[in-house]
Design a protein around this ligand. Structure first.
Ligand SMILES: [Zn+2]
Length: 180
C-alpha cells in the first residue's frame, strides 16, 4: 500500500494548495490539460492510476495522447509521459522533440522528467503536484537543473484540482472495493 499512501499524500497536498505555480499566468494550457484529463480517465478502465499526457507541437497540433498503462502492460516504464513522448517521436520522425510541449495531469516522476529533458521538449505543463515522486519541483528540479544540457520551461498547477479529484476518486473506489 506504499504507493497508495504516496498518492494520498499528493492529493492532500494538492487540496492544500501544494500545486504551486512555477510560471504564473499561463492560462493557455487549460484546453490541452482537459484532453490529458480525458486520457487519464481512460486509465481507470484497466485499473491504472489515472494519469494522462499529451504532446503538442509549436503550431498547436496534437502529436500524441496517452495514459498510464503500467498495470495494463505490466511495465514499470509505461507512464503516460513515456508513452506519449515515444508516440510523438514517431510522428516527428526522430527522437528530438524540440518545439513541443508535454502536458501531463500529474507532476512527472524522475524517469519522466528525465525523458522530457532527453527528448528536448520545450516545455512541461503539469497539473497536480506530487510531493512523493515529483521531479519538476517537489523533490527534484530535473527540468531546471543547470548541470543538464537541456532545461524545458515548467508550468505547474494547470487543472490541478481536476487532476487531484480524479486521483482521489480512483483511490477511494479502490479502498471501497478492498473493504468489501
Ligand atoms: Zn513517470
Amino acid at each position: 500500500m506504499r504507493g497508495t499512501a504516496g498518492i494520498d499524500g499528493l492529493v492532500e497536498a494538492a487540496e492544500a494548495g501544494g500545486a504551486d505555480s512555477l510560471v504564473g499566468g499561463c492560462g493557455n494550457w487549460d484546453g490541452w490539460m482537459q484532453v490529458a484529463l480525458e486520457e487519464a480517465a481512460v486509465a481507470e478502465a484497466h485499473g491504472d492510476v489515472p494519469v494522462g499526457a499529451v504532446v503538442v507541437d509549436g503550431d498547436g497540433r496534437l502529436l500524441a495522447r496517452r495514459h498510464n498503462e503500467r498495470e495494463l502492460l505490466g511495465s514499470p516504464t509505461a507512464h503516460a509521459e513515456m508513452l506519449a513522448l515515444a508516440d510523438a517521436a514517431k510522428v516527428i520522425g526522430g527522437w528530438r522533440c524540440s518545439g513541443t510541449t508535454l502536458v501531463v495531469t500529474l507532476e512527472p516522476c524522475p524517469m519522466c522528467a528525465g525523458a522530457a529533458v532527453a527528448a528536448r521538449v520545450d516545455r512541461v505543463v503539469y497539473g497536480a503536484a506530487d510531493p512523493k515522486a515529483g521531479a519538476c519541483a517537489s523533490l527534484y528540479r530535473i527540468c531546471s537543473d543547470p548541470r543538464l544540457n537541456w532545461a524545458p520551461q515548467v508550468v505547474a498547477g494547470v487543472g490541478a484540482d481536476k487532476s487531484a479529484r480524479l486521483l482521489k476518486a480512483f483511490f477511494a473506489s479502490r479502498r471501497g472495493r478492498a473493504g468489501n
